[in-house]
Design a protein around this ligand. Sequence first.
Ligand code: BG6
Length: 511
Amino acid sequence: MSNVSGTDNPLRDAQDRRLPRIAGPSGLVIFGVTGDLSRKKLMPAVYDLANRGLLPPGFSLIGFARRDWEDEDFAQVVHDAVKEHSRTTFREEVWQQLAQGMRFVPGEFHDDEAFETLRATIEELDKSRGTGGNFAFYLSVPPKFFPTVVSQLKKHGLSDVGPGSWRRAVIEKPFGHDLKSAQELNSVIHEVFRASSVFRIDHYLGKETVQNILALRFANTMFEPLWNRSYVDHVQITMAEDIGIGGRAGYYDGIGSARDVIQNHLLQLLALTAMEEPTSFDAKALVTEKLKVLNSVRLPKDLGKHTVRGQYAAGWQGGEKVPGYLDEEGIDPQSKTDTYAAIKLAIDNRRWAGVPFYLRTGKRLGRRVTEIAVVFQRAPHSPFDTTDTQELGENALVIRVQPDEGVTIRFGSKVPGTQMEIRDVTMDFAYGESFTESSPEAYERLILDVLLGDANLFPRHQEVERSWEILDPVEEYWDTHGKPEQYPAGTWGPQSADEMLARDGRIWRRP
Ligand code: BG6
């Protein structure tokens, strides 16, 4: 076989590409460090990266929040969060090294003095820990604070430094509430940071299984020939959660499931599933293709028939009685916020014309599962008796994003015996069986990418804005048409979601 890489040692080449990607001298500043996301995801991810040897020895972490804490108090909070939530084992020597670079800056976002302290803290760390002036500012705060924080960064000379160092902004979702607010946020951020220094987080893109969509499609030959309107009947993208809104009433009420996850995670999954092959895997080539397919997405005309929203009522989950959404703490008892949403989308291009993409998400559903099911058409002709194939469903390829990460292919097979009877069977690839390494958490991958300046897995502002443009008419329609339909917790959502597919002669998968 020829050596296409052009060197005379293909094995060495392969090994070289697997060299770990290690961040250079740098630090991270987290705004909103007392929040849930920070404690459950960001702090543990920083530790896991350090534990895997992917952070520089002088890596530093600065927390900024309205708390009367000293550095030691902050370090203790991080310590507890790491102990409780980190993926890798706790090692004292790794912790000690990391803890030496932890600083806390107390203050409010409009407080000039606090930002001056932040500047002094960064300068001190540059000297004592060799962070080289390279800092990423992670805005884990509600979007209404983005403008204040970024303008404070600019005002205090924190957003830009001379050549040889970098400053980056990391922006958590939700990125706005609709197209208009997203555009406003983008323009505020771009006044302060160059586009290449802005990293918008969609943590689904950091998931191994999501990155694998591209590997599956474009590193193989056997799937892509079928990946189009000639063979695919429809695609179902499901993100189901069994949890309720827990302590997140303040964030969730008034936002709802479609803004919370369809606008970002599910439309990104759709883009990766439906896009054309990018010319390479760099950020620019990826965004070009994702944007092209998002621009071809079209909402159906009759939104009353082709969208559904629901709200969970009391019910049973895992043997436990759970309250309905309106009875959750902090929720307005008149709230019309959706906790379930299903939307049918078309993609107006040559590959997908006539193939519906059904997206659905919900809280308090039957179980936690995220998957993309590509459901194929039935064979154009069957030489078998109908009774032989009555147990046969459609062929399907299911990308199991989580849990049970892997890929399943469902097809028909003869049942052993003297008769010709054909039934569905599955062929499974499971990450847990094929690979010994466990998958890193999405936030580990994404924080490392920020420190490396690698933007491949971050949506660009055009994608974010286009996604709002797709969702806005649905939200407007819902605002002016009635209320969400109640569904009992622990079930698979409102009945009208089943009816929506039944009208198309299809059914939702029960994963
Ligand atoms: C977040 C949403 O983006 O994703 C949450 O705001 C949701 O409502 C969460 O629970 C789910 O993430 P994961 O990685 O557990 O699927």
